[in-house]
Write a protein that binds this ligand. Structure first.
Ligand code: PLP
Length: 377
Protein backbone atom coordinates (compact mmCIF):
# COMPACT_ATOMS: atom_id res chain seq x y z
CA UNK A 1 0.00 0.00 0.00
CA UNK A 2 1.31 3.43 -0.93
CA UNK A 3 1.86 5.48 2.18
CA UNK A 4 0.93 9.14 2.21
CA UNK A 5 1.44 11.97 4.62
CA UNK A 6 -1.16 14.41 5.91
CA UNK A 7 -1.26 17.73 4.04
CA UNK A 8 0.62 20.59 5.62
CA UNK A 9 -1.12 23.96 5.55
CA UNK A 10 0.07 25.69 2.33
CA UNK A 11 1.29 28.78 4.21
CA UNK A 12 3.45 26.55 6.43
CA UNK A 13 4.87 24.71 3.43
CA UNK A 14 6.20 27.97 1.97
CA UNK A 15 7.37 29.43 5.29
CA UNK A 16 11.08 30.31 5.43
CA UNK A 17 12.14 29.77 9.06
CA UNK A 18 14.16 32.23 11.13
CA UNK A 19 17.93 31.98 10.62
CA UNK A 20 19.73 32.67 13.91
CA UNK A 21 23.29 33.96 14.25
CA UNK A 22 25.87 31.17 13.97
CA UNK A 23 26.76 29.82 17.42
CA UNK A 24 30.36 30.07 18.71
CA UNK A 25 30.67 26.37 19.55
CA UNK A 26 29.43 25.27 16.13
CA UNK A 27 31.96 27.56 14.43
CA UNK A 28 34.80 26.24 16.59
CA UNK A 29 33.79 22.65 15.83
CA UNK A 30 33.32 23.12 12.09
CA UNK A 31 36.38 25.24 11.42
CA UNK A 32 38.70 23.87 14.09
CA UNK A 33 39.18 27.35 15.53
CA UNK A 34 40.06 28.09 19.15
CA UNK A 35 39.29 31.77 19.28
CA UNK A 36 35.90 32.81 17.97
CA UNK A 37 34.25 36.18 18.53
CA UNK A 38 30.51 36.39 17.95
CA UNK A 39 29.14 39.77 16.96
CA UNK A 40 26.04 38.42 15.27
CA UNK A 41 22.94 38.43 17.49
CA UNK A 42 22.82 41.85 19.18
CA UNK A 43 23.54 40.23 22.53
CA UNK A 44 25.05 41.99 25.53
CA UNK A 45 28.80 41.25 25.31
CA UNK A 46 29.21 41.74 29.09
CA UNK A 47 27.10 38.68 29.88
CA UNK A 48 24.09 38.61 32.23
CA UNK A 49 23.67 41.13 35.04
CA UNK A 50 25.84 39.88 37.95
CA UNK A 51 22.99 40.34 40.42
CA UNK A 52 20.76 38.04 38.36
CA UNK A 53 23.43 35.33 38.30
CA UNK A 54 23.61 35.29 42.10
CA UNK A 55 19.86 35.09 42.39
CA UNK A 56 19.72 32.23 39.86
CA UNK A 57 22.02 30.08 41.97
CA UNK A 58 19.66 30.46 44.97
CA UNK A 59 16.57 29.74 42.91
CA UNK A 60 17.90 26.58 41.33
CA UNK A 61 16.89 24.74 44.51
CA UNK A 62 13.23 25.38 43.73
CA UNK A 63 13.29 23.85 40.25
CA UNK A 64 11.02 20.95 41.25
CA UNK A 65 8.15 23.51 41.54
CA UNK A 66 6.19 24.91 38.63
CA UNK A 67 6.92 28.58 37.97
CA UNK A 68 4.52 31.32 39.05
CA UNK A 69 2.12 31.33 36.09
CA UNK A 70 0.96 34.85 36.97
CA UNK A 71 4.55 36.18 37.03
CA UNK A 72 3.46 38.17 40.09
CA UNK A 73 6.85 39.37 41.31
CA UNK A 74 8.25 40.20 37.87
CA UNK A 75 5.11 42.13 36.97
CA UNK A 76 5.25 44.04 40.26
CA UNK A 77 8.88 44.95 39.61
CA UNK A 78 8.11 46.01 36.03
CA UNK A 79 5.08 48.05 37.14
CA UNK A 80 7.25 49.93 39.62
CA UNK A 81 10.03 50.40 37.09
CA UNK A 82 7.69 51.72 34.40
CA UNK A 83 5.18 53.60 36.52
CA UNK A 84 2.33 51.51 35.12
CA UNK A 85 -0.32 49.28 36.70
CA UNK A 86 0.43 45.53 36.46
CA UNK A 87 -2.72 45.09 34.33
CA UNK A 88 -0.90 47.04 31.61
CA UNK A 89 1.87 44.41 31.36
CA UNK A 90 2.06 40.92 29.80
CA UNK A 91 5.19 38.82 29.90
CA UNK A 92 6.36 36.48 27.16
CA UNK A 93 9.00 33.89 26.37
CA UNK A 94 11.05 36.59 24.70
CA UNK A 95 9.26 39.44 22.97
CA UNK A 96 9.07 37.03 20.04
CA UNK A 97 6.33 35.14 21.86
CA UNK A 98 4.37 38.36 22.35
CA UNK A 99 4.59 39.12 18.62
CA UNK A 100 3.11 35.68 18.01
CA UNK A 101 0.37 36.08 20.64
CA UNK A 102 -0.69 39.43 19.19
CA UNK A 103 -0.96 38.00 15.70
CA UNK A 104 -2.92 34.98 16.96
CA UNK A 105 -5.25 37.06 19.12
CA UNK A 106 -6.06 39.75 16.57
CA UNK A 107 -5.82 38.16 13.11
CA UNK A 108 -7.62 35.35 11.32
CA UNK A 109 -6.18 33.62 8.21
CA UNK A 110 -6.42 35.95 5.23
CA UNK A 111 -5.98 39.10 7.34
CA UNK A 112 -2.83 41.18 7.02
CA UNK A 113 -0.16 42.75 9.16
CA UNK A 114 1.62 45.79 7.78
CA UNK A 115 5.27 46.68 8.26
CA UNK A 116 8.10 47.95 6.05
CA UNK A 117 10.64 46.26 3.76
CA UNK A 118 13.54 46.38 6.26
CA UNK A 119 11.53 45.29 9.32
CA UNK A 120 12.47 42.59 11.85
CA UNK A 121 11.72 39.25 10.17
CA UNK A 122 9.90 37.71 13.18
CA UNK A 123 6.75 39.75 12.37
CA UNK A 124 6.45 38.11 8.96
CA UNK A 125 7.22 34.63 10.29
CA UNK A 126 4.54 34.83 13.00
CA UNK A 127 2.02 36.18 10.51
CA UNK A 128 2.70 33.47 7.94
CA UNK A 129 2.60 30.74 10.59
CA UNK A 130 -1.03 31.71 11.18
CA UNK A 131 -2.04 32.18 7.54
CA UNK A 132 -1.81 35.96 7.82
CA UNK A 133 -0.33 38.05 5.00
CA UNK A 134 2.47 40.60 5.47
CA UNK A 135 2.17 43.77 3.41
CA UNK A 136 5.30 45.91 3.28
CA UNK A 137 5.74 49.62 2.71
CA UNK A 138 8.89 51.21 1.26
CA UNK A 139 12.13 52.26 2.88
CA UNK A 140 14.51 54.81 1.42
CA UNK A 141 16.92 52.76 -0.77
CA UNK A 142 19.98 54.71 0.42
CA UNK A 143 19.35 55.45 4.09
CA UNK A 144 17.01 52.48 4.70
CA UNK A 145 14.77 54.75 6.80
CA UNK A 146 11.08 53.95 6.82
CA UNK A 147 8.81 56.06 4.61
CA UNK A 148 6.02 56.79 7.10
CA UNK A 149 3.78 58.32 4.41
CA UNK A 150 3.97 55.08 2.45
CA UNK A 151 3.37 53.06 5.62
CA UNK A 152 0.17 55.04 6.29
CA UNK A 153 -0.88 54.69 2.65
CA UNK A 154 -0.32 50.93 2.81
CA UNK A 155 -2.45 50.70 5.97
CA UNK A 156 -5.24 52.69 4.37
CA UNK A 157 -5.18 50.62 1.18
CA UNK A 158 -5.19 47.21 2.86
CA UNK A 159 -8.74 46.57 4.07
CA UNK A 160 -7.79 43.50 6.08
CA UNK A 161 -4.83 45.07 7.89
CA UNK A 162 -5.24 44.36 11.61
CA UNK A 163 -1.99 45.67 12.96
CA UNK A 164 1.16 47.54 12.07
CA UNK A 165 4.63 46.67 13.41
CA UNK A 166 7.29 49.34 13.72
CA UNK A 167 10.56 48.75 15.56
CA UNK A 168 12.11 51.94 16.88
CA UNK A 169 15.07 51.76 16.50
CA UNK A 170 14.74 49.18 13.78
CA UNK A 171 16.65 45.91 13.50
CA UNK A 172 18.66 45.26 11.28
CA UNK A 173 19.10 48.88 10.08
CA UNK A 174 19.54 50.70 13.42
CA UNK A 175 17.48 53.60 11.96
CA UNK A 176 14.87 55.34 14.07
CA UNK A 177 11.86 57.60 13.78
CA UNK A 178 12.05 60.81 15.80
CA UNK A 179 9.39 62.18 18.11
CA UNK A 180 7.62 64.59 15.75
CA UNK A 181 7.34 62.20 12.84
CA UNK A 182 6.30 59.33 15.11
CA UNK A 183 3.55 61.30 16.88
CA UNK A 184 2.22 62.51 13.54
CA UNK A 185 2.19 58.93 12.26
CA UNK A 186 0.47 57.65 15.41
CA UNK A 187 -2.19 60.35 15.23
CA UNK A 188 -3.03 59.44 11.65
CA UNK A 189 -2.73 55.66 12.08
CA UNK A 190 -5.00 55.67 15.12
CA UNK A 191 -7.78 57.20 13.04
CA UNK A 192 -7.67 54.56 10.32
CA UNK A 193 -10.82 52.39 10.34
CA UNK A 194 -12.16 54.21 13.41
CA UNK A 195 -9.29 53.18 15.63
CA UNK A 196 -9.59 49.46 14.95
CA UNK A 197 -5.92 49.08 14.07
CA UNK A 198 -3.40 47.83 16.63
CA UNK A 199 -0.13 49.80 16.52
CA UNK A 200 2.78 47.69 17.77
CA UNK A 201 5.94 49.66 18.57
CA UNK A 202 8.89 47.39 19.18
CA UNK A 203 11.29 49.04 21.64
CA UNK A 204 13.72 46.12 21.99
CA UNK A 205 16.72 48.47 21.79
CA UNK A 206 15.28 51.43 23.72
CA UNK A 207 17.82 51.20 26.55
CA UNK A 208 20.69 51.78 24.10
CA UNK A 209 19.21 54.87 22.48
CA UNK A 210 21.33 58.01 22.76
CA UNK A 211 19.32 60.31 20.44
CA UNK A 212 17.34 62.87 22.42
CA UNK A 213 14.29 62.93 20.14
CA UNK A 214 12.95 59.42 20.61
CA UNK A 215 9.69 59.46 22.60
CA UNK A 216 9.57 57.35 25.76
CA UNK A 217 7.33 54.29 25.42
CA UNK A 218 5.32 55.18 28.53
CA UNK A 219 4.36 58.61 27.15
CA UNK A 220 3.06 57.04 23.93
CA UNK A 221 0.98 54.46 25.77
CA UNK A 222 -0.94 57.12 27.66
CA UNK A 223 -1.54 59.19 24.57
CA UNK A 224 -2.52 56.55 22.01
CA UNK A 225 -4.99 53.85 23.13
CA UNK A 226 -4.19 51.45 20.27
CA UNK A 227 -0.45 51.35 20.97
CA UNK A 228 1.30 48.21 22.21
CA UNK A 229 4.93 48.53 23.28
CA UNK A 230 7.25 45.52 23.11
CA UNK A 231 10.33 45.36 25.34
CA UNK A 232 12.89 42.68 26.12
CA UNK A 233 15.45 41.46 28.65
CA UNK A 234 17.52 39.96 25.81
CA UNK A 235 19.54 43.06 25.03
CA UNK A 236 20.76 45.49 27.69
CA UNK A 237 19.98 43.10 30.58
CA UNK A 238 21.98 40.32 28.94
CA UNK A 239 19.37 37.57 29.40
CA UNK A 240 18.82 36.45 25.78
CA UNK A 241 19.38 32.82 26.79
CA UNK A 242 16.56 32.86 29.33
CA UNK A 243 13.93 34.34 26.98
CA UNK A 244 12.01 37.13 28.71
CA UNK A 245 10.10 39.89 26.98
CA UNK A 246 7.09 42.00 27.87
CA UNK A 247 4.31 43.97 26.26
CA UNK A 248 2.74 47.13 27.67
CA UNK A 249 -0.71 48.24 26.56
CA UNK A 250 -4.19 48.92 27.87
CA UNK A 251 -5.54 45.93 29.84
CA UNK A 252 -8.41 45.48 27.32
CA UNK A 253 -5.80 44.86 24.61
CA UNK A 254 -3.58 42.52 26.60
CA UNK A 255 -6.42 40.39 28.00
CA UNK A 256 -6.78 38.61 24.64
CA UNK A 257 -3.09 37.67 24.65
CA UNK A 258 -3.33 36.53 28.28
CA UNK A 259 -6.17 34.18 27.34
CA UNK A 260 -4.14 32.29 24.76
CA UNK A 261 -0.66 32.23 26.23
CA UNK A 262 0.45 28.84 27.50
CA UNK A 263 0.49 28.49 31.28
CA UNK A 264 4.08 28.70 32.61
CA UNK A 265 5.34 30.33 29.39
CA UNK A 266 8.24 31.74 31.44
CA UNK A 267 10.35 29.35 33.45
CA UNK A 268 11.15 30.13 37.08
CA UNK A 269 14.81 30.98 36.48
CA UNK A 270 13.84 33.43 33.76
CA UNK A 271 11.26 35.08 36.03
CA UNK A 272 13.65 35.64 38.92
CA UNK A 273 16.65 36.64 36.81
CA UNK A 274 14.58 39.24 34.97
CA UNK A 275 13.16 40.63 38.21
CA UNK A 276 16.62 40.91 39.75
CA UNK A 277 18.25 42.43 36.67
CA UNK A 278 15.70 45.27 36.60
CA UNK A 279 17.22 46.57 39.81
CA UNK A 280 20.82 46.21 38.58
CA UNK A 281 21.13 49.83 37.48
CA UNK A 282 24.93 49.85 37.66
CA UNK A 283 25.07 46.99 35.15
CA UNK A 284 22.69 48.71 32.73
CA UNK A 285 24.75 51.89 32.97
CA UNK A 286 27.95 49.96 32.25
CA UNK A 287 26.36 48.11 29.31
CA UNK A 288 25.22 51.39 27.77
CA UNK A 289 28.69 52.89 28.19
CA UNK A 290 30.46 49.86 26.67
CA UNK A 291 28.03 50.04 23.75
CA UNK A 292 28.50 53.78 23.20
CA UNK A 293 32.31 53.43 23.35
CA UNK A 294 32.24 50.41 21.05
CA UNK A 295 29.99 52.21 18.58
CA UNK A 296 32.42 55.14 18.50
CA UNK A 297 35.37 52.82 17.84
CA UNK A 298 33.50 51.04 15.04
CA UNK A 299 32.44 54.30 13.42
CA UNK A 300 35.97 55.69 13.54
CA UNK A 301 37.49 52.48 12.16
CA UNK A 302 34.90 52.10 9.40
CA UNK A 303 35.50 55.69 8.30
CA UNK A 304 39.25 55.01 8.23
CA UNK A 305 38.68 51.85 6.15
CA UNK A 306 36.24 53.73 3.88
CA UNK A 307 33.47 51.23 4.52
CA UNK A 308 30.09 52.99 4.47
CA UNK A 309 27.77 52.28 7.41
CA UNK A 310 24.38 53.43 8.61
CA UNK A 311 24.33 55.40 11.88
CA UNK A 312 22.52 53.26 14.44
CA UNK A 313 20.66 53.78 17.71
CA UNK A 314 20.95 50.11 18.71
CA UNK A 315 23.80 47.85 19.85
CA UNK A 316 24.68 46.99 16.25
CA UNK A 317 25.31 48.65 12.92
CA UNK A 318 24.91 47.83 9.26
CA UNK A 319 27.83 48.17 6.85
CA UNK A 320 27.65 48.32 3.07
CA UNK A 321 30.06 45.56 2.01
CA UNK A 322 29.47 46.09 -1.72
CA UNK A 323 30.61 49.72 -1.63
CA UNK A 324 33.24 49.22 1.08
CA UNK A 325 34.79 45.89 0.13
CA UNK A 326 33.44 45.07 -3.33
CA UNK A 327 31.75 41.92 -2.02
CA UNK A 328 28.30 40.74 -0.95
CA UNK A 329 27.45 40.65 2.74
CA UNK A 330 27.58 36.86 2.68
CA UNK A 331 31.05 36.80 1.09
CA UNK A 332 32.40 39.08 3.80
CA UNK A 333 30.61 37.05 6.49
CA UNK A 334 32.18 33.86 5.14
CA UNK A 335 35.69 35.31 4.89
CA UNK A 336 35.53 36.68 8.46
CA UNK A 337 34.07 33.43 9.80
CA UNK A 338 37.15 31.56 8.61
CA UNK A 339 39.25 33.96 10.69
CA UNK A 340 37.10 33.49 13.79
CA UNK A 341 34.65 36.39 13.65
CA UNK A 342 30.92 35.77 13.29
CA UNK A 343 28.94 38.66 11.79
CA UNK A 344 25.37 38.47 10.49
CA UNK A 345 24.48 38.41 6.79
CA UNK A 346 21.12 40.08 6.12
CA UNK A 347 20.20 38.87 2.62
CA UNK A 348 16.98 37.50 4.14
CA UNK A 349 15.97 41.16 4.59
CA UNK A 350 16.66 41.83 0.91
CA UNK A 351 19.92 43.48 1.98
CA UNK A 352 22.47 41.24 0.26
CA UNK A 353 25.04 44.08 -0.02
CA UNK A 354 25.06 44.66 3.74
CA UNK A 355 26.37 42.94 6.85
CA UNK A 356 25.20 43.50 10.42
CA UNK A 357 27.79 43.91 13.15
CA UNK A 358 26.83 43.71 16.83
CA UNK A 359 28.91 45.87 19.16
CA UNK A 360 31.14 43.75 21.41
CA UNK A 361 33.57 44.39 24.25
CA UNK A 362 36.60 46.57 23.47
CA UNK A 363 38.78 43.47 22.90
CA UNK A 364 36.16 41.78 20.67
CA UNK A 365 35.70 44.94 18.61
CA UNK A 366 39.44 45.37 18.13
CA UNK A 367 39.87 41.75 17.00
CA UNK A 368 36.94 42.01 14.55
CA UNK A 369 38.18 45.33 13.16
CA UNK A 370 41.60 43.76 12.56
CA UNK A 371 39.99 40.88 10.63
CA UNK A 372 37.93 43.28 8.53
CA UNK A 373 41.05 45.38 7.81
CA UNK A 374 42.81 42.30 6.45
CA UNK A 375 40.00 41.88 3.90
CA UNK A 376 40.42 45.45 2.78
CA UNK A 377 44.03 44.88 1.69
C1 PLP B 1 13.45 44.45 16.83
C2 PLP B 1 13.47 43.22 17.66
N1 PLP B 1 12.36 42.84 18.30
C3 PLP B 1 12.32 41.73 19.04
C4 PLP B 1 13.43 40.94 19.18
C5 PLP B 1 13.29 39.64 19.92
O1 PLP B 1 13.75 39.69 21.16
P1 PLP B 1 13.49 38.52 22.21
O2 PLP B 1 14.81 37.93 22.46
O3 PLP B 1 12.90 39.25 23.39
O4 PLP B 1 12.51 37.54 21.63
C6 PLP B 1 14.62 41.28 18.55
C7 PLP B 1 15.80 40.40 18.68
O5 PLP B 1 16.77 40.48 18.05
C8 PLP B 1 14.64 42.44 17.76
O6 PLP B 1 15.73 42.79 17.09
Amino acid sequence: MKSSLPDVAPYIQSLVPYVPGKPIEETQRELGLKKVVKLASNENPLGPSPRSIKRLARNARELHRYPDAAAYRLKQALAKHLGLDTTWISVGNGSNELIDLLVRAYCVPGDAIVTHQAAFVAYRISAQAHGVRTVESHVDPLTLTVDLGDLLGTLEKEPRAKMVFLANPNNPTGRYVGERALREFLQKASQIRNGKLLIVLDYAYWEYVTAGDLPSPESLLREFPQVVILRTFSKVYGLAGLRVGYACARPEILQSCEKIRMPFNLNSLALTAAEESLGDLAFVKKARKVNADGMKLWEKSLKAMEIPYLPSQGNFLLINTRLGLGKSGFEVFDACLKKGVIFRPVANYGLSDYLRISIGTAAENQFAIKVLKELKK
